[in-house]
Unconditional design. Structure first.
Length: 540
């Protein structure tokens, strides 16, 4: 599977502000990319960002993409809550993602280089010892060797670790600052030839790719080529694009140095502007915490809205968030988060009303007698689905317990799911749906832990993983029309399903999907669902 390169962004450090009147001080959050979780997805050409966190109360906003869709997906089997962001790339290809805890004025932000029909994954964690870095480079900071560049890091953090890419060919030395023995100076000296040449190659490849795209555009407008020439041009374009991706990945790898210590967030220093004799100077410090001595009107309304939201009082929460938006001291950079909170309240108000209506009808049908059992099932399942939406926006035992009771009422009813599996291939115009895929096995995974991609990324590893383990069960194989219908037991639903192409070599990757996510995306009634799956086909 082709991997998307993300330009690494140095964390925009901000001061934590914790009002005295709040029950708990803000805790710092950190993010890091998880490439293993990145995956191809049918997004109609949009770019995707998947946020994973142990926290259920994150509020995610995108300031530079007005039509961005932000959807909480709930809790996975591995304990992570999922928040999906889908951005129309005509709005921006580099959305700025902002994240804060509901009602908390502290936030983090980072820019993502999206790719069409691909989800980039980032893990957001709280850290006990936040650190920050500051650029201390001066205009006259240079070294004498014309073939080298240098990065100097000054820090009082004793256990600071430096993750330097091997390809950089750097030499690392450390010493104590002569005027302050509590400061360690780490010097990273490296040759600049590879960075300069790789940057130049990137520029050349992009120009060549643009020229090919222009020829393709002209051919579409005024066809002159033979089919063979068009095929050759398409192959040339694919090869050039593949080389560009590999070169971008190399450039990102050799131009970013990571810094961290025990219990801290991870920082990245960008050296992509390295040039002969150039010297970079950075300081790495513990992050300062500032406490305000009074509670502002905005903070009071913002935190109260979050408290009421957690208590499922969505109307009152909405009123407080609106009051926070209209407060005279409302900070402009937090208004997008306030608006997201208001939108979440609107969603929860709607589904709360729908769930109450379905529960009322279910009760009426039960009281009417056994002849209305099908209607009881219909309204119970509807109420369960409405409460499941609420549980994604505001996860809590209140919803979980009611969902379990409703599902138990109808667990004897059969559940059939029909899968239609198609190819998804890359062409000059982008990804497009190809023909149906036969010989795709569906395996049920009843294990308690979500498998790592490394465990099944090749067919050989997949076979080793399942072995004779009873947790994995073959449900069937798609026919020549790419279709397969599986029968599931509601009492013992698997956690996930593997889709394993048979006889395609390594051209089609094995795919794993959470059963809850399949149910969310599928269409049909409570008795029978239909799901359409696109599997990426590598043309190599």
């Amino acid at each position: 599977m082709k991997r998307l390169l993300v330009g690494w962004i140095v964390l925009n450090m901000m001061m934590i502000v914790a009002p005295l009147g709040m029950m708990a001080q803000s805790s710092f959050m950190s993010y890091s990319e998880n490439k293993e979780e990145g995956c191809i997805e049918d997004l109609d050409g949009a770019g995707g960002v998947r946020i994973l966190s142990k926290r259920s109360d994150l509020v995610v906003t995108v300031n530079n993409a007005p039509s961005a869709k932000i959807t909480p997906k709930g809790k996975r089997a591995d304990g992570y809550y999922v928040y999906d962001v889908v951005v129309n790339r005509s709005d921006t290809k580099t959305p700025k993602i902002e994240i804060n805890k509901r009602g908390d004025i502290d936030k983090i932000d980072f820019v993502v280089n999206t790719k069409a029909d691909f989800f980039l994954a980032f893990v957001v964690n709280e850290v006990e010892k936040p650190i920050r870095c500051e650029d201390q480079t001066k205009a006259n900071d240079v070294i004498t060797n014309a073939k080298l560049a240098e990065l100097e890091i000054n820090s009082p953090i004793e256990d600071l670790q430096i993750d330097c890419p091997k390809e950089l060919g750097a030499t690392i030395t450390s010493s104590k600052k002569s005027t302050d023995k509590s400061i360690t100076i780490t010097t990273i000296t490296f040759p600049v030839e590879q960075i300069v040449s790789t940057k130049k190659r990137l520029s050349t490849l992009q120009a060549e790719l643009n020229a090919i795209d222009e020829r393709i555009k002209q051919e579409f407008e005024k066809p002159k080529m033979t089919d063979k020439q068009r095929d050759e041009l398409s192959v040339s374009r694919d090869e050039k694009y593949a080389e560009l991706e590999k070169t971008e990945e190399l450039f990102a790898r050799i131009t970013h140095i990571d810094l961290f210590a025990k219990g801290t967030n991870r920082l990245t220093i960008d050296i992509s502007e390295a040039a002969p004799r150039k010297k970079f100077c950075w300081g790495v410090l513990l992050r300062t915490v500032v406490v305000k001595e009074h509670v502002t009107d905005f903070n009071a309304k913002f935190s109260e809205g979050a408290r009421l939201f957690s208590l499922r009082e969505y109307d009152n929460a909405r009123r407080n968030f609106i009051a926070a938006k209209n407060a005279k001291d409302a900070p402009g950079d937090l208004l997008p988060s306030v608006m997201r909170n208001i939108a979440d309240c609107d969603t929860c108000i709607l589904y709360d009303r729908l769930s109450r209506g379905a529960l009322t009808r279910m009760k009426e049908m039960r009281q009417a007698g056994s002849g209305n059992q099908k209607e009881v099932v219909r309204y119970a399942s509807a109420a369960s689905e409405f409460l499941s939406v609420l549980n994604k926006y505001n996860p809590c035992d209140f919803y979980t317990e009611r969902i379990e009771k409703l599902d138990k009422m109808v667990e004897e009813m059969p559940l059939d799911v029909k899968f239609t599996i198609t190819q998804w291939v890359q062409s000059v115009a982008g990804y497009a749906e190809g023909g149906r895929l036969a010989r795709v096995e569906i395996w049920a995974d009843s294990g308690k832990k979500m498998p790592s991609y490394k465990e099944f990324q090749t067919d050989k590893k997949f076979k080793q993983m399942i072995g004779n383990d009873a947790r994995y069960k073959l449900l069937g194989e798609s026919n020549n029309q790419g279709e397969i219908e599986v029968h599931l037991n509601r009492k013992a639903l698997p956690n996930g399903l593997f889709f394993r192409p048979v006889g395609y070599g390594n051209r089609i990757a094995i795919k794993y999907m959470d059963v809850k996510e399949i149910m969310r995306q599928s269409e049909g009634d409570y008795m029978k669902r239909q799901f359409r799956l696109k599997m990426y086909v590598d043309k190599k």
